[in-house]
Structure formats: structure tokens, C-alpha cells
Design a protein around this ligand. Structure first.
Ligand code: FE2
Length: 171
């Protein structure tokens, strides 16, 4: 999620990966968002904004963003990679095109260690960078409980997103 502005945007890199996976530009640009996806996107944003008025606002924002936009993203892409890697690679295969979006997020966003166990040797992932702030900001049991609730909510939002496709396929 963290990004140098001189690099191509996430949107551009994702677009490239989707093209290389076989989607057309028209498919990517004109496929409408499902109502469920729209609701989940709105609810995710509301959940983020709702932290602002809370007692543990700062730690809540870091906890939600770390879990929702880094830890779970890496988990999601690890699952997707089983299929994506049939067509794209990590840059090591001469026969496949390199993934510019999914692969790097799968690696760079990964949780990799327990909170407080981060080692800067070999570099930190985005989850680990935020975990360092989380450890400093979780100053009480109440703050911890608040963070755990936000993480549970983030997990539910992700599940709702993927469940829509399971139920659509079953019907
Ligand atoms: Fe990230």
C-alpha cells in the first residue's frame, strides 16, 4: 500500500496484470461493481472513518489499515497466486510474464512475524512496519480489545466480499 510517487501507480500495475491474465481493457474498464462489492467498499471506508471519533483513534486506524490493507491482502493474493501463477511469474521464469502487482503485494504486505518480533535484517514488509507502530500505540488492554474488534470486522468484510462469488456460483 505504501508507495513511491515516481513509480507506476497501483492502478496501472494492477491493470497490466489483469491484461496479462487475459482480461481485455473493455472488461476491466466497463464491468460494473456488484451491489455487494459497493456496500463492502462503503462499509470499509465507514469503518475507517468511525475510528476518528474514538478514544483509541490512532491505534485503531493503524490496526485496521494493517490488517485490512496489508496482512489480509497478502493472504488473499497468496490464495489467488495458485491460479495466477499458471500465467504470471515472480520474474524468474523465462516462459511467463512477470506479475507487477499481485506478486509484489503478496510478498511486501505479508505479516511474516508476530508483533514485537520484527527483524530489520532483510527488510520489513508493510505489515511489519505498521506492527512496530502498533506495538508502541497499544498502551492498555482496552486499546488491545478495540484493535481486535477492528481486525475481526476487517476479516468479516473480506469474507463477505469473497462469499458473494461462492453464492453466485452455487445458484
Ligand atoms: Fe502494502
Amino acid at each position: 500500500m505504501l508507495q513511491d510517487l515516481s513509480l507506476p501507480s497501483h492502478r496501472e500495475l494492477l491493470f497490466q496484470d489483469l491484461l496479462n491474465l487475459g482480461a481485455t481493457s473493455a472488461m476491466i474498464l466497463t464491468t460494473p461493481e456488484t451491489p455487494t462489492t459497493q456496500n463492502i467498499r462503503n462499509e470499509s471506508y465507514q469503518r475507517l472513518v468511525s475510528c476518528l471519533g474514538e478514544k483509541y483513534c490512532q491505534v485503531g486506524l493503524v490496526a485496521f489499515l494493517r490488517f485490512w490493507a496489508e496482512v489480509l491482502v497478502s493472504v488473499e493474493y497468496s490464495c489467488l497466486w495458485q491460479r495466477i501463477s499458471e500465467r504470471l511469474c515472480n520474474g524468474q521464469s523465462p516462459h511467463k510474464i512477470r506479475s507487477e502487482f499481485y506478486y509484489f503485494h503478496m510478498i511486501h504486505d505479508s505479516r511474516n512475524s508476530d508483533i514485537g518480533q520484527e527483524s530489520i535484517l532483510g527488510g520489513l514488509t508493510h505489515s511489519q512496519e505498521l506492527a512496530i507502530h502498533l506495538k508502541r500505540l497499544i498502551s492498555s488492554e482496552d486499546a488491545l480489545v478495540y484493535c481486535l474488534k477492528l481486525q475481526e470486522k476487517a476479516y468479516q468484510l473480506k469474507c463477505q466480499f469473497y462469499d458473494q462469488f461462492i453464492s453466485a456460483r452455487a445458484s
